[in-house]
Design a binder for this molecule. Structure first.
Ligand SMILES: [Zn+2]
Length: 368
């Protein structure tokens, strides 16, 4: 058992060493080639997909264009200092860029694929390279080509406590709003119309569409006015004001209604920058329940829950594919102190193996 843990840990470290940020095509390519090499052998079939220049891989046991279970991981990471690409083991944790988000998860899934090669369960592993950019050329396209019965992303939960199964994540709506005014000299404001003031009025109307929220969890649709631009100089009446909103949607107030309500406000121009649906999978789905059962065999307290941040699994949801986010324990993604909890890697491996054996193995129930 200790050997397995070490193998996964070493594999994670190898993956972390690639500086596979979204703008570093060479390192992304090198990392993909490393993964292809890992699966060299007659048992595996590796299909490379390229959409608009963005490469992805799907690994299966022999030719299988329709695996019942699709595992998912991304190898692209957020920029970091060079030192962060030299992973460091400390206090039962592995620190480094992409340890948590999400090369530890990728390493476990890779190990799992190899570990089960004799059984050849009906599953595939999807490795994408553009999750941090929204996944539009990776998971978005691949979940149109593959229609598994269930998908699991090994993204970290980044939540308090140990691993949990996430069946819901909020939708994302990004809007650019603008108001137009009339420029004039600052000494004669009556000759102009102030676009910034006009926006401030309209903003109150926009904000009024969303319910009030307090501290703690708010499973409601929320709005953040993230950026605003208006005016050129102090002595000039601004003729244009632009603002960018980050709206996270829950079922109570979905994307389409929010867009319509904001478009209905007079004197405000609305441009939809992105419109991304929620991840929403039924908690009673047979695979969700089976995964929970497997997790309960190894963990004391694994719940089926929901989380605000979006992930690539929304692309599966969009195609009607039941999907969950369930990965090893990891914290501080995108931050300088990003780490994964080493102990969780083996637990995650064991849970996934039990789940796959239970639900996707042809010889059924082949748990060790
Ligand atoms: Zn991630």
């Amino acid at each position: 058992m200790a050997e397995k843990k070490n193998e996964i840990l070493e594999l994670t470290e190898e993956l972390v060493k690639f500086q596979s940020t979204n703008d570093n095509e060479e390192e992304i390519e090198a990392c993909l080639e490393y993964i292809e090499d890992y699966f060299s052998g007659p048992e595996f079939s590796i299909k490379r997909h390229v959409h608009d220049g963005t490469p992805s891989l799907v690994v299966t046991y022999g030719e299988n264009s329709d695996p019942g279970l699709m595992l998912h991981g991304h190898i692209d990471v957020i920029e970091a200092s060079d030192e962060m690409f030299s992973p460091e083991r400390r206090d039962g944790r592995l620190y480094g860029r992409g340890t948590s988000d999400m090369k530890a998860g990728v390493a476990v899934l890779m190990h799992l694929m190899k570990d089960m090669k004799a059984e050849k369960p009906d599953m595939g592993l999807m490795i994408v390279t553009d999750e941090e950019l929204g996944g539009f050329n990776g998971a978005r396209k691949l979940f149109k080509e593959y229609s598994p019965d269930f998908a699991v992303s090994a993204e970290p939960n980044n939540t308090e406590g140990y691993m949990h199964i996430i069946t819901e994540q909020k939708g994302v709506l990004r809007l650019k709003l603008s108001t137009e005014g009339l420029s004039a000299h600052g000494s004669r404001p009556w000759n102009g119309e102030n676009a910034v003031e006009k926006f401030m009025d309209k903003w109150r109307e926009v904000k009024g569409l969303f319910s009030e929220h307090g501290a703690g969890e708010n499973w409601t649709t929320t709005v953040n006015l993230g950026k605003i631009k208006g005016g050129e100089s102090t002595n000039k009446v601004p003729e244009k004001c632009e603002a960018w909103l980050d709206i996270r949607t829950a079922e109570e107030y979905p994307n389409s209604e929010v867009i319509q309500d904001i478009k209905d406000i007079d004197g405000l121009s609305t441009e939809v920058i992105s419109d991304e649906a929620m991840l929403k999978t039924d908690n009673d789905n047979v695979y969700v329940k089976a995964l929970k059962k497997s997790a309960d065999g190894f963990l004391e307290d694994c719940s089926i829950t929901r989380k605000e941040p979006a992930s690539d699994m929304r692309h599966a949801s969009r195609e009607g594919i039941p999907a969950v986010v369930f990965g090893p324990e990891g914290y501080n993604p995108h931050a300088p102190d990003e780490y994964t909890v080493i102990e969780s890697l083996e637990d995650y491996h064991n849970i996934m193996k039990a789940f796959v054996s239970d639900k996707f193995s042809s010889n059924g129930g082949g748990q060790e």
